[in-house]
Design a protein around this ligand. Structure first.
Ligand code: HEM
Length: 427
C-alpha cells in the first residue's frame, strides 16, 4: 500500500521487469493485475471490453465530471458518445486549427529572447486557452476570466480528490477542500449561465458547446442533452482536453532540447513552410513533426496507465482472474518494452517511419487507449500538438536549465515533477 501511494510508477516498472506479462498485487481485499503484453492489453481494451468497467479513480472523479464521457458507463455512455462525436468530426476539428495556431502564436509572442520560462506552465496555459476558445468561444487567458480562474483551482484539487482515502480527506475541513468546493460552485454557475444564454439566443457560435447544444440522438431516443449533461460533458472536455496535450508538448520541448540533430530536422521542416503561420492544410508537410510527437508520447505518455474492473471471472494466459479484480494496462511500461522497441530509452523519431511502425503489434503503443473508450479527442490532440509545435518552433528553441533531468510525477497524467525550466531562444 505504501509503495503504491509513494512510488507507484517505479514499483510497476520493477515488477514488470521481474515477473513479466502478468503481475498480481494484493492490497487488503483488492487484487490488482498489471498486464504487460500487447495481446493482453488488446483483450482488456477491445476484445473483452464488455467485461470491464472503469476503475475507482475515475469513479471518484465523478464529483467533478459528473456523468461525462470519461466517467459514465454502459448504455448512457454510448448515447453520450453518439451525441458528442459530431463535435470531433474531421471538418469541425479543421475549423479549430486556426484558434490553435493563433493562441500558440500569441503565447510565444509574450516571451523575450533568453527569457527563463517554465515550459510546462506555459503549455498548460496555452492548451487551457485553446480548449476554452474551441469549447466555449471564451478567452480563458484574460485575467478577469472567471472560468479560467475557477478551472485552475478546481483542477488543482482534482488530483488530490482521486487519491486513495480522498473520501476521508473530503470530510475534513481542509483549506484546499474549501477552496475546491467554492471554485467548483463558481465554475458550475458560470457554465450553467453560458448554457442558458446560448439556449436563449439559439446561435451556433461554431464551438464545441454549440455542437453539443445542437446534438440530437438520431440513433437512439432522438433527445437532446439536459443542462446537467451539457455541464458534465463541457467539464470533462475541459479537463481531458488540456492537461494531456500540455504534458505531451512540454516533454517534447524537453526532448528536442536534448537532441540537437532531431531538433535541427524539426526546424528544417517547419521553416520549409515559409514565412506564414501554419494551418490544418500543412499537416501532411509536417510528417517529421508528427514522428517527433509520437516518439515523445512513447517515452512520456500523458495518460500513463488505464485501470479497469472485471465484471466476471476471465482467463488470461492460462490464469483465472476473478471477478472484481482491478486490471491495469500501463502505457509507460508497454512503450518501453524492448521486445518491440530496441534501445527503448533512446529518443528516436525514426522508429515511426510508416514501414517500421507497421511491423509492431497494435497495442505496443496506445497513448489514446483503445476500444469503445478510445480518446474522443485523439485527432484534436494530434492537430493541436503538431500545429503548436510548428507555430512555436518557427521562432523559438529551448534550452533546459535544470541541473538534473526532469522527473516524472505520475498523477492522473504524467506531469514533470517540478516543471521544466528552460531558456527561450529566439531563432
Ligand atoms: C495528447 C493528448 C491526449 C491523450 C494522451 C489522451 C489520452 C486519453 C486516453 C488514454 C483515454 C482513454 C481512457 C480510458 O480508456 O480509461 C482518453 C479518453 C478521453 N479523452 Fe483523451 N487524451 C488526449 C487529449 C484529449 C483531448 C484534446 C480531448 C478533448 C478535447 C480529450 C477528451 C477525452 C474524452 C472525453 C475521453 C473519454 C472518452 C470515452 O470514454 O468515451 N482527450 N484520452
Amino acid at each position: 500500500m505504501w509503495q503504491f501511494l509513494r512510488r507507484r510508477l517505479p514499483l510497476l516498472v520493477e515488477s514488470a521487469q521481474k515477473y513479466g506479462d502478468i503481475v498480481l498485487f494484493r492490497i487488503g481485499n483488492e487484487r490488482i493485475y498489471l498486464f504487460n503484453h500487447p495481446d493482453l492489453i488488446r483483450d482488456v481494451l477491445v476484445t473483452n471490453q464488455k467485461n470491464f468497467t472503469k476503475s475507482r479513480a475515475l469513479v471518484r472523479a465523478k464529483r467533478v465530471l459528473g456523468e461525462g464521457l470519461l466517467t459514465s458507463e454502459g448504455q448512457f455512455h454510448l448515447r453520450q458518445r453518439r451525441l458528442v462525436q459530431p463535435a470531433f468530426h474531421r471538418d469541425r476539428i479543421a475549423a479549430y486549427a486556426q484558434s490553435m495556431v493563433e493562441y500558440a502564436a500569441r503565447a510565444s509572442s509574450k516571451w523575450t529572447d533568453r527569457a527563463r520560462v517554465d515550459i510546462h506552465d506555459e503549455m498548460m496555459k496555452l492548451t487551457l486557452a485553446i480548449v476554452g476558445k474551441t469549447l466555449f468561444n471564451t478567452d480563458v487567458e484574460s485575467e478577469a476570466n472567471e472560468i479560467g480562474e475557477a478551472l485552475t483551482t478546481t483542477f488543482a484539487a482534482f488530483n488530490v480528490g482521486v487519491l486513495p482515502f480522498s473520501e476521508i480527506l473530503e470530510r475534513l475541513p481542509l483549506p484546499y477542500m474549501k477552496r475546491f468546493n467554492a471554485a467548483r460552485a463558481r465554475l458550475d454557475a458560470t457554465i450553467y449561465r453560458i448554457i442558458e444564454e446560448r439556449r436563449a439566443s439559439g446561435e451556433d457560435k461554431g464551438d464545441l458547446l454549440s455542437m453539443l447544444l445542437l446534438a440530437q440522438d438520431s440513433e437512439g431516443d432522438g433527445g437532446q442533452m439536459t443542462d446537467t449533461q451539457l455541464r458534465d460533458e463541457a467539464m470533462t472536455l475541459f479537463l481531458a482536453g488540456h492537461e494531456t496535450t500540455a504534458n505531451a508538448l512540454s516533454w517534447t520541448w524537453y526532448l528536442l532540447s536534448q537532441h540537437p540533430q532531431v531538433e535541427a530536422r524539426f526546424h528544417a521542416e517547419v521553416d520549409a513552410l515559409g514565412d506564414r503561420l501554419p494551418g490544418s492544410e500543412d499537416l501532411p508537410a509536417l510528417a517529421y513533426t508528427r514522428m517527433v510527437l509520437t516518439e515523445s508520447m512513447r517515452l512520456y505518455p500523458p495518460a500513463w496507465a488505464i485501470g479497469r474492473r472485471a465484471i466476471n471471472d476471465f482467463e488470461a494466459n492460462g490464469y483465472k482472474i476473478p471477478a472484481r479484480s482491478m486490471v491495469l494496462v500501463c502505457q509507460y511500461i508497454a512503450h518501453r518494452d524492448q521486445r518491440f522497441f530496441s534501445h527503448p530509452l533512446r529518443f528516436d523519431p525514426e522508429r515511426w517511419k510508416p514501414e517500421v511502425a507497421a511491423t509492431r503489434p497494435k497495442f505496443s503503443y496506445f497513448p489514446f487507449g483503445g476500444g469503445t473508450r478510445i480518446c474522443i479527442g485523439e485527432q484534436f490532440a494530434w492537430m493541436e500538438g503538431i500545429l503548436a509545435l510548428a507555430t512555436i518552433g518557427r521562432q523559438w528553441s529551448f534550452r533546459y536549465t535544470g541541473e538534473d533531468s526532469p522527473q516524472v510525477d505520475p498523477k492522473i497524467t504524467l506531469r514533470p515533477l517540478n516543471g521544466i525550466p528552460m531558456n527561450a531562444l529566439r531563432r
